[in-house]
Design a protein around this ligand. Sequence first.
Ligand code: CAA
Length: 381
Amino acid sequence: MTAIGIHDIAIATGHHVLELDDLAERLGVDPAKYHVGIGQDAFSVPAPDEDIVTMGAAAAKEVIDRHGVDGIRTVLFATESGVDQSKAAGVFVHGLLGLPQSVRVVELKQACYGGTAAVQLALGIIARSPQERVLVIAADVARYDVDTAAEPTQGAGAAALLISADPDLIEIEPAAGVFTADVDDFWRPNDRSTALVDGRLSVTAYVDAFVGAWDDLVAQGGPGYEDIARWVHHQPFTKMAIKAHRKLAQHVGQPFDESELAVGFTYNKQTGNTYTASIWIALAALLDLDDELDGQRLAMFSYGSGSVGELLTGIVRAGYRTHRREGRVRAVLDARVPLTVDAYRELHAAGAATSEDTDRPRVTTAPYRFAGVRGGARRYE
Ligand code: CAA
């Protein structure tokens, strides 16, 4: 059977960064609570002329620049920060990138899980038509109300994945573990631009989904725990992955050294929560920074509140190191412009989506920008 999986990954994030040391000082919180207690150092903040479309398009452009558009007949855009209730964000990206018209585009949503659902759909399309390639984009802006416990766990970012036969990076294995439970741990009603969250419940719901997805993977004939060399987790904050993994290790009666997860935290500690993109940004960090993955099996756990969890496994392709993008991701992270807490809170207050006509100031240096709203419609350039 032809190997199908992830051929390329590119990452984009917001123009600005807020250091959590600065937020801690403002709120009178011990910075160790953020760095150690939740495991985050900073979070990305979009400029007024950035959103999921501009970040998603920037990540997708990198993939298209490297591979061209041949064989791409499907663009799947996953987000829970949608900019329109009808038009898929991916259609804006299709226009910005000048993709051929013989391409289908659709948006997917189930909280942070949507990107993984998109990858599953892409795998199915390629199983049927191995000559095709599918562009998957996952992009989100994590926004909570200021002065809430969730404020330090915000963030922004995007990942673009090219899914194909005979992939350069990872062959995804057929068995997957899934787990769904109807739970109100985190959600965003239509009249809100910030999410509502029951923080404690969200942690237990994530852990339950992880253990449940593992049990289902075993029932589906997936690999044993000892056959998995590395783990990649959705990371609403990096400590979440450690909490969940500790529980799984107890469940299967295995030892767990939390330092094993550290490499996969490298980029997410800087971007903050990127919802649908988080797991793929973690995967990019592992592929960029771990030298010993040739032929190794990874397990990738995706969680979307509400809730759906899915555990995928994949084999890293020999030669993955020749496709590394570490310098590129570091450059993107280092190029972010720091904000003071006051400036961040001003941007936060102005961040709600609107259909009123507006012009956005030119701030971002990313390849695409949100120019404003005209006649109720969003304009990008
Ligand atoms: N030094 C070191 N550690 C410290 C400390 C200090 N000075 N002060 C506190 N801590 C530790 C605490 O002991 C605690 O650690 P443990 O959890 O290991 O016990 C940790 O810091 C957090 O402190 P609190 O328990 O007081 O938590 P909080 O009330 O500040 O809220 C939160 C933390 C629940 C994660 C909150 O930030 C939140 O609600 N975030 C948004 C929701 C979220 O991300 N949930 C995760 C799962 S949901 C999901 O995956 C979907 C999604 O993307 C949203």
